[in-house]
Design a protein around this ligand. Structure first.
Ligand code: M6R
Length: 365
């Protein structure tokens, strides 16, 4: 049931600190501060030359974030595809490499077909699924479950952040197995992960500010989302979330791509949501923001206290998230991104949990 919430989506957004915490507890041993996978992997990450990640929609954006993590923490090249492309592309896979599939339902037709293709190619298959009895779970060599609990809202929220938690843990395990991370590095990263539920809860307290902002957004015809590094896939996710439930056209772009085209769209009528935690690419994103401001664009900046102090642009609205020491910002920044889409849809009066033309689980091609 919806508890005291108006929509399942609201309930599911608010459940995130708890369910991400459960997921964390399944993958991290709190006592030793080590990543501890609940299953034994049938391969050694040292032998993996390339990972391919395949999924659809929001799950593919979780995969896109994970690409950055695997490459950075474990130095494994990752190829990412949406399942509908992967399944027909006949991508050459190297026997013994690893293919990861991400799916909340575990029943998405294209993702399942991609899994079957990968199995036939002789690679190890690992799926990150929320429904352990699903077809994708049953047919995968290894299953890592997200403990999001049932997700009812068609727009995926808590499944996404739980997927990120599992993938972050797996990337740390991979880095450790390959000797890219020391014990000390692992402890530091684990500390970062353990902080996430608390930081997500802090992000939820920004709701009144976001609700107010949603009233402005609801008047727009188009919204642009920008991000760099792991905030780039989150920008894609933000745009998807907004369009699927509010029916406002939105696009996510890598901030650095702005001047290669989309900057032509900038005027005072199109809000630009910039996702920019104070990280190693922050300065670069700020310079893209300056380009937007110089063309009269209205900026909504999602950052932390440090970023808010350093951003030398007059932004329309700044949403200040808690400071974070780790590289796992997407789990926390997902919260304002989801809330913005949710409240915009509520203002628009759309059917938030059952948006038109959409099904929760896409079991046909
Ligand atoms: O069940 P799955 O995770 O495989 O579903 C994948 C997509 O259909 C799903 O994430 C879809 O994009 C959502 N409606 C996004 O909110």
């Amino acid at each position: 049931d919806k508890a005291n919430y108006r929509h399942f989506m609201a309930k599911e957004i608010h459940e995130q600190p708890e369910v991400v915490g459960h997921t964390l507890a399944r993958y991290i041993d709190m006592a030793s501060e080590r990543v501890m996978l609940p299953v034994k992997l049938p391969f050694d990450f040292k032998d993996i030359q390339r990972i391919s990640i395949t999924a659809c929609g929001t799950a593919s954006y979780a995969g896109y974030v994970a690409k950055y993590w695997f490459e950075r923490l474990a130095r494994i090249p990752v190829e990412l595809d949406v399942a509908s492309e992967f399944r027909y592309r006949e991508a050459p896979l190297r026997k013994g490499d690893l293919a990861i599939f991400i799916s909340q339902s575990g029943e998405t037709a294209d993702t399942l077909a991609a899994l079957r293709y990968a199995k036939a190619e002789g690679v190890h298959t690992l799926s990150v699924v929320n429904v352990p009895t699903s077809t994708i779970a049953r047919e995968s060599e290894t299953v890592l479950q997200t403990l999001a609990g049932p997700e009812i809202g068609v727009a995926s929220t808590k499944a996404f952040t739980c997927q990120l938690m599992v993938l972050a843990s797996l990337a740390v395990a991979a880095g450790k197995a390959r000797g890219e991370l020391s014990d000390e590095d692992e402890t530091k990263l684990v500390h970062g992960l353990v902080e996430i539920p608390r930081l997500m809860a802090a992000a939820l307290t920004l709701e009144p500010q976001i609700e107010k902002l949603a009233r402005d957004i609801s008047k727009s015809k188009d919204v642009l989302y920008l991000g760099r590094g792991t905030s780039y896939p989150l920008a894609l996710e933000g745009a998807l979330k907004l369009k699927e439930i509010s029916y406002i056209h939105a696009e996510g772009y890598a901030a650095g791509e702005l001047k290669h085209g989309p900057i032509a769209l900038i005027d005072e009528t199109m809000p630009v949501v910039v996702i920019a935690p104070y990280d190693r690419v922050f300065e670069k994103t700020v310079s893209n923001m300056q380009e937007v401001a110089a063309r009269g664009g209205n900026i909504i900046l999602m950052t932390d206290a440090k970023g808010a102090a350093e951003a030398t642009v007059d932004s329309l609205v700044t949403i200040v998230l808690p400071d974070m020491a780790s590289a796992f910002t997407p789990m926390v920044y997902a919260v304002p991104v989801q809330l913005l889409a949710y409240h915009t849809a509520v203002v628009m009066g759309t059917d938030v949990d059952q948006p038109r033309n959409l099904a929760k689980s896409v079991t046909v091609e």
